[in-house]
Design a protein around this ligand. Structure first.
Ligand SMILES: NCCCNCCCCCC(O)(O)C(F)(F)F
Ligand SMILES: [Zn+2]
Length: 697
């Protein structure tokens, strides 16, 4: 199991800048890189990383993506006069050259390759490359948007060629569309090793089996400011209906933001309702992130309102894929305050530190919902997890780009703010919270004959008089059973340690998981405002538990609970129960994550019901994803005889990545319908469950 986070940076990449007047390029300054690195040093994060040296990408590596003539032309720029450089620059858009930019562009691409090597050779688990110039706009034979070589596209091709990586997921959270990446892979997979769509027609039983074989492929996901094609680079092919070409169809996913001011809720909605379901189905072997931070609040280019701590969560959600193999490569980011904060949030998550709580998430805004719905319906034919998406009716989808093009609507004068007006609207946001690591990362309460996993701290059972007296009047029948009392009072004291952040998370083997859960829930201290209880498997949870909203119960099982559902008592019934991986993951990603984020609990209690049937990898994925909430304070309760689950659960609580699920088959129709029905019903209560705009007022 690889450990450690690589950090790749070299001050050489700060040694080029704009040498003439060009308003379009003046934001791309060397300080972007130096303030980011200095923040990592100042916050003690650089020292915790494995420092990997930069290197120059070779010609052969650059030629994985770029043409020979382009490379030869760029090679001449170090010897150009200022006039020649200006002249050379004119053939491209919104980019500038400098005598030292070729060297820096080779270092930037080489840094991405060093990162891929470190992760694929398992010298580290994941890592980040702080580079300049960025890459995602540069094309086969053209520089564009401050980019010279396409660092991440080269890294993807390199990983496939050198390590035989089959499936690479590229997530581009920069606020601009990485058209260079899209062009590079849009007809990927190439040639015979395509995403073979093999249709078996069995005439006799007239059953068409539509089997999607995903061999070798690169899946590119990008969200980007678009404003109905009004925002740079103003490309028609940046819209949601660019899904990839021929065999590459379904492997290009564009989420256009048609308004500015998008917030954390909008970003999380897109992750939960599009990116993560597709990414789990795709089952990548490696995740590359075009980590641009101009999508953060305060950035003059993005003009969005998502706060730097959102990147802690976006990173964590992606770390549960590909066995944690994640390479983040810096792209954009122009606000010299939110950029370093966002970089620190990202690196701190890569290092495994507890996540910050995201406060007052509401639902996605109407514009985001329209984009979300358009994208889901454009992609549903390619992805089982999206198959049952409602098709947008013209009524609730203003594909304004088309209507503008058809002259249907007068495009309102775009209130283009001049540079000075933009800056006059200074955005302010809270400094991201400290994310201290608790002295005990994971604690366990186990029967004496069960070994405590390495790294875990055993809490010896003892009777806490104060706690017992409070317990007694609740659990009368246990009063005589000393061992149960000891267990329960130890659990309550364990939760108290979590509240004080002395302990991160805990796991316990108990005689009766439901009683133990009830006891914990009833005895958490009053300043624990909200407890999320996730129950996996069949079993009766007393519904009075979720009384005043202080407790939210979400149960995933195979028996339709006769209990009436309520806002705080949600039971998901899967036909095949919890052993059906794709149905289970559909419920986790499309229901549990959005509701969990909106509820924002201070404690998570994960209950593995007896004979839940849930398989190990799914259990580990769920345990890993639940670390998103409550600063990682998760208490896992399992039945005494489930000793074999102790080790795997502990490894996740200690920060090990969950192993990748196999390529998910399309979820069963009934399960998707069940989740969809429940989502539709609950979205009135939980706004983050919305995926279509007809429900917004
Ligand atoms: N108001 C100035 C107009 C600027 N138009 C060009 C924007 C380029 C964005 C580059 C980037 O941020 O996407 C990268 F990640 F590549 F650096
Ligand atoms: Zn950008």
């Amino acid at each position: 199991m690889a450990h450690g986070t690589a950090l790749i940076y070299d001050e050489e990449m700060t040694k080029y800048k704009l040498l003439w007047v060009d308003p379009a390029c003046k934001i791309e300054v060397p300080e972007r890189l130096s303030v980011s690195y200095e923040a990592l040093v100042r916050n003690g994060l650089a020292d915790r990383c494995v420092s990997i040296p930069v290197r120059e990408a070779t010609d052969a590596e650059i030629l994985l993506v770029h043409s020979d003539e382009y490379l030869e032309a760029v090679k001449k720029t170090p010897y150009m006069t200022l006039e020649d450089l200006k002249e050379f620059t004119l053939q491209f858009g919104d980019v500038y050259f400098h005598p030292n930019i070729y060297r820096c562009a080779k270092l930037a691409a080489g840094s991405a390759l060093q990162l891929v090597d470190s992760v694929m050779m398992e010298r580290v688990r994941n890592g980040m490359a702080l580079v300049r110039p960025p890459g995602h706009h540069s094309m086969r034979s053209a520089a564009s948007g401050f980019c010279v070589f396409n660092n991440v596209a080269i890294a993807a091709r390199y990983a496939k060629q050198k390590y035989g990586v089959k499936r690479v997921l590229i997530v581009d959270w920069d606020i601009h569309h990485g058209q260079g990446v899209q062009y590079c892979f849009e007809d990927d997979p190439r040639g015979v090793f395509g995403k073979g769509r093999i249709i078996f027609g069995c005439l006799k039983c007239n059953i068409l089996v539509f089997v999607l074989f995903i061999f070798n492929s690169v899946l590119y996901f990008s969200w980007h400011r678009y404003e109905h094609q009004k925002f740079w680079p103003q490309l028609r092919e940046s819209d949601y209906d660019s899904v990839g070409k021929e065999k590459g169809a379904g492997f290009n996913i564009n989420l256009p933001w048609n308004q500015v001011g998008m917030e954390n809720s909008d970003y999380l909605s897109v992750f939960c309702h599009v990116l993560l379901p597709v990414a789990y189905e795709f089952c990548p072997d490696l995740v590359l992130v075009c980590a641009g931070f101009d999508s953060a609040i305060g950035d003059p280019e993005g003009e969005m309102c998502a706060t730097p701590d959102i990147f802690a969560h976006l990173t964590h959600l992606l770390m549960n894929l590909a066995g944690g193999r994640l390479c983040a490569v810096l792209e954009g980011g122009y606000n010299l305050t939110s950029l370093p904060q966002s970089v620190c949030q990202t690196v701190q998550t890569l290092l495994g530190d507890p996540l910050p709580q995201l406060a007052n998430l509401s639902g996605p805004c109407r514009s985001a919902l329209e984009s979300l719905q358009c994208l889901r319906s454009a992609q549903k034919q390619y992805w089982g997890s999206l198959k049952h998406t409602a098709s947008p009716t013209a009524a609730n989808i203003s594909t304004k780009r088309i209507r503008i093009a058809e002259g249907e609507v007068e495009e309102e004068e775009k209130t283009e703010l001049g540079e000075e007006e933009k800056n006059s609207e200074e955005k302010v946001w809270h400094e991201p919270p400290k994310r201290p690591c608790p002295p005990i990362r994971a604690a366990s309460v186990l029967p004496d004959d069960v070994a405590c996993p390495d790294g875990c701290k055993r809490i010896t059972k003892d009777i806490h008089p104060l706690v017992v007296s409070r317990l007694k009047d609740h659990l009368v029948q246990e009063a005589e059973d000393g061992d149960a009392l000891a267990t329960f009072s130890t659990l309550v004291s364990l939760v108290q340690k979590m509240e004080k952040n002395e302990v991160g998370s805990g796991l316990a083997l108990v005689g009766d998981v439901i009683k133990a859960m009830m006891c914990v829930v009833q005895h958490v201290s009053p300043d624990l405002n909200r407890v999320l209880v996730v129950c996996v498997g069949n079993g009766k949870i007393p519904s009075h538990i979720s009384r005043d909203g202080k407790v939210l119960v979400l149960q995933i099982s195979s028996d339709a609970s006769e209990e009436q559902q309520s806002k705080h008592y949600i039971s998901v019934c899967l036909q095949k129960g919890c052993c059906n991986t794709s149905g289970f993951m559909q419920a986790v990603l499309g229901l549990l994550l959005p509701v969990g984020y909106e509820y924002n609990p201070d404690l998570v209690v994960l209950v593995r019901m007896p004979d839940s049937g849930v398989c190990d990898v799914v259990w580990k994925q769920l345990t890993g994803l639940l670390q998103s909430f409550a600063k990682g304070h998760t208490l896992v309760l399992m039945q005494e005889k489930e000793n074999s689950c102790v080790g795997p659960t502990a490894s996740i609580l200690l920060g090990d990545p969950a192993p990748p699920l196999e390529t998910l088959q399309a979820p069963d129709r009934e399960d998707v319908d069940a989740v969809e029905r429940l989502r539709r019903r609950l979205q009135a209560d939980w706004k983050l469950l919305q995926t279509t705009s007809e429900y917004t007022s």
